[in-house]
Design a protein. Structure first.
Length: 138
């Protein structure tokens, strides 16, 4: 009988960690939650990263940093500046700006692909579309 892999989100991993912290053995916790002992042991081993991700408000299943973390932060700052000014932002504009900033940062191997754009938007919960409110009148 084969079982399908199940990916746990940060909240579920924190529940496992809390169960162990309250005195439960890894083997008991794994049986109670229905996971292998090695899975629970790995979560316990990475508890600092998982708890830090929880504090930072991450809700993804994996704790993975972007390959170009410096560019990611600069792009996020730029995005927020443009949003504050109610400047319309599109995918091609973000990609163009990312390419130019990558060049300034000396990241010659960076390519602002559709995949990069999608992951950037997902990482930072970016959902651009129509601008509402006062921006419509200017």
């Amino acid at each position: 009988m084969s079982s399908k892999r199940k990916s746990l989100c940060i909240d579920e991993k924190v529940l496992l960690i809390r169960a162990i912290e309250t005195g439960g053995k890894i083997s008991d916790v794994s049986k109670r939650f229905g996971f292998s002992t090695s899975t629970v042991a790995t979560i316990w081993k990475n508890k600092e990263k998982i708890l830090q991700a929880k504090v930072e408000g991450k809700c993804s299943k994996k704790i993975k940093k972007p390959k170009y973390a410096d560019l990611d932060q600069v792009m996020l700052s730029w995005y927020h500046e443009q949003s504050q000014k109610n400047i319309p932002i599109s995918g091609p504009l973000i990609k163009l700006k990312a390419e130019s900033l990558a060049e300034e940062l000396g990241l010659t191997s960076f390519k602002a692909s559709e995949g990069w754009l999608g992951k950037f938007k997902q990482r930072h919960h970016i959902n651009y579309g129509k601008i509402g409110g006062e921006a419509l009148f200017f």
